[in-house]
Design a protein around this ligand. Structure first.
Ligand SMILES: Cc1cc2nc3c(=O)[nH]c(=O)nc-3n(C[C@H](O)[C@H](O)[C@H](O)COP(=O)(O)OP(=O)(O)OC[C@H]3O[C@@H](n4cnc5c(N)ncnc54)[C@H](O)[C@@H]3O)c2cc1C
Length: 474
């Protein structure tokens, strides 16, 4: 919660308060139009409070405060749950501006908070301290004036919500593939939306009002449309722009480079550091797609490369992918980019495969012959995990770049740093009088990201100068 709060505080139009730039070269692509994240927050609050305002405007006679509270919680929670569809991380309008991490943390935090509201909703009506008859009275549902249909749809939506949140929180522990979880998550979400809608209109004291009913209809249609967009319309578009695997090669221990090329035309328009959902060898309508950062620079117009670490089903099979295999790319997504951001210098802090998006940024900076000082702080457990070591050395001939490797286990004769990227390493390498004027891009394991972020903040670097992205949302 504290992290989300500090992130939201940091989110703002990156152009506001921009620092003077020592070099005008920009790593950028596409539009420079920036959607204020505060506008997104205001919109969110507007949507969840609107049903309460519309209910209040009906001027119905007041009931017990517990009943009104129960209705109010349910009204705003149902609106919030329908908005969760848009906060799924697949919409550039949202995640392209506030970043995928913040989008997903917001999605998770809101889902949990709204679940508490919905959890309380029926109990506020029937709790023995507040209402008569007592909850063990089997006729309690009738005293609420519910039809059997409204009772059933409410119960189904309520149970589906409890299950969806439980399995989202304990996904790793419950086993099963990510794709199965994703499918069940989507089905349960649709059940909550559709059954919840029926319950709201049929049982709700306020929602049968035509204005509020129209509001629910618009939100439900938007929610269903988001699914159609992600699982039907976008894949149709991808069918017209297929890619093919150009090469696959091992670049480090359990780490692969995968290069795809469009069958026709140029690659998607992206900014260095962004990521895509990549589907290799499956129909674009399948759930077999994974997010990967683009490790190449936008300047390579005819190919996109990825650096992929083996962790599970798909990534362990990368080595067996044959050149020529068809692939589909959904993106670009994410805001780990230099686009619209200025800094006197650039620090790139990578843990393991977190180097992937930072490589994209470095490669574009090299192409732009950027003159600013750049530091790459690159941590790995063992030497064999370092990718593109020679390219990094050569980059130093073109860029004002300092590369600092940190290894957990040092090989014999290792001259570099040892240990992990901790507070003392960050202070040692990045501590400088103008540190607060630099930009910091951080990507790697969550503990590393959190440690680096708090060290930078304690060094006086403002939150908006730190851009980080993690690869797992659990
Ligand atoms: C924004 C972003 C950028 C990433 N960039 C890179 C990169 O450049 N290189 C790299 O090696 N890894 C990257 N990852 C991580 C990569 O997506 C996972 O390692 C990969 O999807 C694992 O798939 P799997 O089938 O091998 O393993 P699984 O066992 O299926 O999954 C392992 C874990 O990966 C995550 N994951 C799997 N599938 C998805 C999915 N479709 N959507 C979201 N998360 C999923 C889940 O947390 C899951 O628990 C990135 C992740 C994100 C979110």
């Amino acid at each position: 919660m504290r992290q989300l709060y500090s992130r939201l505080r940091a989110i703002r139009n990156p152009m506001i308060g921009a620092l003077p730039q020592s070099n005008t070269n920009q790593v950028s692509a596409g539009s420079t139009w920036v959607f204020s994240p505060w506008l997104l927050i205001a919109l969110y609050l507007g949507f969840v409070l609107t049903p309460i305002l519309l209910a209040w405007a009906q001027g119905l006679p007041p009931r017990k405060w517990q009943d009104e509270l129960s209705s109010g919680l349910a009204l705003s929670a149902f609106a919030g749950l329908l908005i969760e569809f848009v906060l799924s991380g697949r919409f550039r309008l949202v995640s392209g501006h506030i970043g995928i991490d913040t989008t997903m943390r917001f999605h998770q935090l809101m889902a949990r908070s709204l679940t508490v509201f919905i959890l309380m909703h029926p109990f506020l009506y029937v709790t023995p301290m507040m209402n008569d008859p007592l909850p063990w009275d089997t006729t309690a549902q009738h005293t609420l004036g519910l039809t059997m249909a409204a009772f059933s749809t409410g119960l189904i939506a309520w149970l589906a919500l409890m299950l969806i949140v439980f399995f989202a929180i304990f996904r790793e522990q419950t086993g099963g593939s990510y794709e199965t979880w994703r499918l069940s998550h989507g089905i349960a979400a649709v059940m909550i939306a559709v059954f919840g809608m029926h319950h709201t209109i049929d049982a709700g004291r306020y929602s049968s009002d035509s204005t509020l009913a129209v509001f629910w209809f618009v939100l439900l249609t938007t929610a269903i449309f988001t699914l159609l967009w992600v699982y039907a319309l976008k894949p149709c578009g991808q069918l017209r722009n297929p890619y093919s695997v150009q090469s696959v090669r091992s670049v480090a221990l359990k780490t692969w480079e995968l290069v795809v090329t469009p069958l026709e035309g140029d690659v998607i328009d992206f900014s260095a550091g962004q990521f895509v959902w990549l589907n290799v060898g499956h129909s674009p309508f399948s759930l077999h797609e994974n997010p990967f950062s683009i490790a190449s620079a936008p300047v390579s117009r005819n190919q996109i490369s990825f650096v992929i670490k083996e962790v599970g089903d798909f990534t362990r099979s990368i080595g067996q992918i044959a050149p020529g295999t068809v692939a589909y790319v959904d993106g670009p997504h994410g805001n780990l980019t230099l686009k619209g951001r200025n800094g006197a210098g650039i620090a790139l802090i990578a843990g393991g495969v977190g180097i992937a998006p930072l490589l994209g940024i470095l490669r574009q900076l090299r192409h732009d012959r950027d003159k600013r000082p750049i530091v790459l702080l690159y941590g790995n457990r063992v030497h064999d995990q370092i990718v593109y070591a020679e390219e990094l050395v050569k980059m130093q001939e073109v860029l004002n770049l300092r590369v600092e490797h940190v290894l957990g286990e040092q090989p014999r004769g290792w001259q570099g740093r040892s240990g992990i990227i901790d507070a003392s390493t960050v202070r040692d390498i990045l501590g400088r009088p103008d540190a607060e004027n630099w930009l910091y891009f951080v990507c790697g394991p969550l503990p590393m990201i959190e440690g680096v972020e708090s060290t930078l903040l304690s060094m006086g670097v403002s939150n908006r100068q730190i851009i980080s992205e993690r690869f797992y949302y659990d």
